[in-house]
Design a protein around this ligand. Structure first.
Ligand SMILES: Nc1ncnc2c1ncn2[C@@H]1O[C@H](COP(=O)(O)OP(=O)(O)OP(=O)(O)O)[C@@H](O)[C@H]1O
Ligand SMILES: O=C(O)[C@H](O)[C@@H](O)[C@H](O)[C@H](O)CO
Length: 234
């Protein structure tokens, strides 16, 4: 497995490699994301890109992962996977009743989500091109959880994973979660989310974005950061 501080070998400019061949067999989940019509900077132009990018938008519950994930999905015109959709019912019930998940509760969820991300990188049909990437909203609070996700790109030189960590203060986070009424994750869970959080310090594949500002500002910061990262691969 890739260590967080270790940069992999430069990508080999060859045909796309099927990433699913390089990871252990996992549950065969299908992605539920879809392509969006608008493209600010397209990853899936008419010719196959040499690199497929997995953008994992991370941070504690309520930090804005889904909001940012959808912005990225639209900008990159690639599938978007909402991590919450991959939690088991028991995990959701647990969180909904105010009990934090344990490491053991999270492994299968992370593995399912990782497999869904891998699946999303394959073309939808024999005649279509593979997407330039996939956006995944996933709290990935601890480094070891990010390491589980990193396996998606392990051994696949044409797949690159990035973590987009959404950073904000406890006060702003509490405010956002308190205003959100219909979600199973209530504000009494925020302390445990922050207690579990290991910010991605020194992890070369992680980008930290301050998301305390209004949505337009956050959107701009995220798009700028992603554009800058993509430029490294052009
Ligand atoms: N920059 C922002 N400023 C103000 N409110 C925001 C901002 N970004 C998101 N929100 C609001 O904060 C709430 C949480 O956002 P969102 O659902 O995107 O977070 P999340 O990290 O996906 O949450 P969860 O992981 O719990 O599903 C939503 O009500 C959303 O509209
Ligand atoms: O690891 C966890 O504790 C969970 O993934 C949570 O972070 C939620 O799923 C998510 O953020 C929805 O509120």
């Amino acid at each position: 497995m890739l260590s967080a501080g270790e940069r992999p070998q430069p990508p080999v400019p060859s045909a796309l490699v099927n990433p699913s061949s390089s990871v252990p067999i996992m549950p065969d989940l299908k992605p539920n994301g879809s392509s969006a019509p608008t493209t600010m900077f397209s990853q899936n132009s008419n010719k196959p890109s040499e690199i497929q990018h997995i953008w994992v938008v991370t941070g504690p519950a309520g930090c804005g992962k889904s909001t940012v994930g959808q912005v990225l999905r639209n900008a990159l015109s690639c599938p978007f996977l909402e991590g919450d959709d991959y939690h088991s019912k028991s995990n959701k019930d647990k969180m909904g009743s105010g009990v934090p998940l344990t490491d053991a509760d999270r492994w299968d969820w992370l593995i399912s989500l990782r497999q869904a991300a891998i699946d999303a990188l394959s073309p939808e049909s024999e005649n279509s091109h593979p997407p330039g990437g996939v956006v995944v909203a996933c709290s990935a609070l601890k480094q070891k959880y990010r390491d589980v996700m990193r396996v998606a790109a392990y051994g696949s030189p044409s797949v690159q994973i990035h973590f987009v960590y959404l950073k904000l203060s406890e006060a702003v986070l509490m405010d956002r979660v308190s205003q959100r009424k219909s979600h199973y994750m209530k504000s009494d869970m925020i302390q445990s989310q922050l207690a579990a959080l290991e910010e991605p310090k020194g992890e070369w594949d992680a980008i930290t974005i301050n998301v305390e500002g209004p949505q337009e500002q956050v959107q701009q910061s995220v798009l700028d950061a992603v554009r800058e990262k993509l430029a490294e691969y052009s």
